[in-house]
Design a protein around this ligand. Sequence first.
Ligand code: SF4
Ligand code: SF4
Length: 101
Amino acid sequence: MSGLTGADCQTCGACCAYSSDWPRFTMESEDALEKIPPHLVAGDLSGMRCDGQRCSALDGQIGVATRCTIYEVRPQVCRECQPNDEECLTARWAYGLGRSD
Ligand code: SF4
Ligand code: SF4
């Protein structure tokens, strides 16, 4: 899971569309969670709402051009993943993308 922060992230988005289990809420405060638009939150409040495996906050086309529409208030797990870490590479490979630049 990424915050879409790396140089390559804006043309990727794979980790935001790899698994509906990934964008889960963890250590967020009540204040932080309240800033996420409710329609983008899962019905059971466990994390981001996903359409299939894809986070509903992700805009654009995987591997072409993507962005997180709630970048400033994205969950903690999205802030922690970094380009070329294990999750990044797993997601990129699933979408036929190589290592991030
Ligand atoms: S999979 Fe990697 S390169 Fe792609 S958006 Fe996530 S962190 Fe960025
Ligand atoms: S909240 Fe943003 S950074 Fe996190 S998975 Fe969704 S689109 Fe990606």
